[in-house]
Design a protein around this ligand. Sequence first.
Ligand code: SF4
Length: 233
Amino acid sequence: MMNNMPEDERIREIYERISEAAKAWPPTTLSYYEGQPFKALIASMLSAQTREEQTFKAMNALFELADNPVDMLQLSDEQIREAVSPVMYFENKAKYVREICQRLIEHDKGVVPRTVDALTEYKGVGWKVAVLTLAVGYGIYEDITVDVHVNRIGKRLGLVNPETKQPPKISEELKKVLPREYWPYWNGLMVQFGRVICQPTYPQCAKCLVRDLCPQINVIKIGPNRFKDAGYA
Ligand code: SF4
């Protein structure tokens, strides 16, 4: 049964419980590149629609070969392609790696831009990648980074309208209900929580640490202690 506390208290309790539990969960891949804008940009672009472990493999392989735009441009197309081959759409993303490095040097003096508008001028960089790059690379949090975990869990928890699809709108809805000091941590926490408990297809509701605070929107109970997602990725 869901606890009937005021909404701001419910949100604070959800945040605090998940933050505490997350200390024991594996860190997110992107957290390795905090404060490193170039690596954050390349890693964020590579991570799109790709499982974390595959992204991690690709990033390790690529950054082993080169860790700055000048050196990366010295690599052959084949070297870049092979390094990033674990990620989805790696052939396109390998081209983006080169184009990003070229634009960085020719247009921005090798410095990763600090705004969403400037970053989305780069090939392969949409709103989500730009927001993630700013958050990880520079610690700039004007928006909440939205990925599949933030989207899915926000809807199940009743923080986001289940009909909202576009990441910028999901971010706006979350910003209205989450205190400003949570914004930097929300994406990372949801990635960790989404891997361990609130999983995509079969969320672990029966053992969930915020079960009493969650309306389980669009989660269907299908058997003893078994819950299934109703289709929101
Ligand atoms: S109760 Fe279920 S749907 Fe709600 S947050 Fe926990 S695992 Fe996710």
